[in-house]
Design a protein around this ligand. Structure first.
Ligand SMILES: N[C@H](CCC[C@H](N)C(=O)O)C(=O)O
Length: 280
């Protein structure tokens, strides 16, 4: 089985072309993702992305987290997806439309001298209704609510970009117990579908820094949907303007929450290597 490895700011994915899968491999994506994404026994990756045909868009993206769970969307992954399908001639339209569990999204490729330099994704409208995020037992918008974790109380804002995000603002990272707090909030009973967790330090009205603990993948170098959710949370808390640069461990994303209420994410997509999976 042939694969391609790609990443968006170090958030890395194993890409499989649907047509290269056997029916039983296709049938068990969770098991396949856990196997292929394992950093020692597999190829290594934060997730598995499969390219599929679509009845309603130019192509369909399925994303499976490294733990085998299937989220609604993946921001860094969809930028890589767009570059992959364009470079291989699977989709020639630019901008293109990609079907995901979070809906059909429109992506524009920035092409210079035949090379895809970056991708701008219309991530759609943020979801702020508590029962759609979902988060239990709070009013909405879910801004500046309190949760208990590890015996401490934290103020958080919850936003969905198709997948759930719990955004916590910190003044600095020195006292943050990230490795314990991340998983504790990921599986907090407030979030019936679990949640991604973003710890945000505001650097200026147009800049923020982000550490992210992802649902189903743990600490990653970047999270595109998380950066979008964090920008929306920062605006709702009057901490930034509606356009900001998000500094992630893997690099920067430009996020805009437009007057049309759509969130736009602009960033890179890179190839790492291609290979053949030799099932041992
Ligand atoms: N772990 C996420 C999916 C991947 C999102 C992230 N890698 C991105 O770039 O948006 C979740 O379970 O919602």
């Amino acid at each position: 089985m042939n694969f391609v490895k790609m990443h968006g700011l170090g958030n890395d994915f194993v890409f499989l072309d649907h047509f290269s899968l056997t029916p039983q491999e296709e049938a068990d994506y969770p098991k396949l993702a856990q196997k292929l994404c394992h950093r020692q026994f597999g190829i290594g990756g934060d997730g598995l992305i499969v390219i599929l045909p679509s009845q309603v868009a130019d192509a369909r993206m399925r994303i499976i987290n490294s733990d085998g769970s299937e989220p609604e969307m993946c921001g860094n992954g969809i930028r890589c997806f767009a570059r992959y399908v364009y470079d291989r001639g699977i989709v020639s339209r630019n901008p293109m439309r990609v079907e995901t569990l979070a809906g059909v999204l429109t992506l524009g490729l920035d092409i210079e001298e035949g090379q895809v330099r970056g991708v701008r994704v219309d991530m759609g409208e943020p979801i702020l209704k508590a029962d759609l995020i979902p988060v239990l037992g709070v009013g909405e918008p879910v801004v500046g609510q309190s949760l208990e974790a590890l015996g401490k109380t934290f103020s958080y804002t919850a936003v969905s970009m198709g997948n759930p995000h719990c955004v916590i603002f910190v003044d600095d990272y020195s006292s943050l117990d990230f490795e314990r707090l991340g998983p504790a909030i990921e599986s907090h009973p407030l979030f019936p579908r679990k949640t991604n967790v973003e710890f945000i330090r505001i650097d200026s009205p147009a800049e923020m820094t982000m550490k992210v603990w992802e649902r189903g993948a743990g600490p990653t170098l970047a999270c595109g949907t998380g950066a979008c959710a964090s920008l929306v949370a920062a605006v709702l808390n009057q901490k930034t303007e509606r356009t900001a640069t998000v500094h992630l461990p893997g690099g920067d994303l430009l996020i805009e929450w437009g007057p049309d209420n759509h969130v736009y994410m602009t960033g890179p997509a890179a190839y790492v290597f291609k290979g053949e999976w030799l099932e041992s």
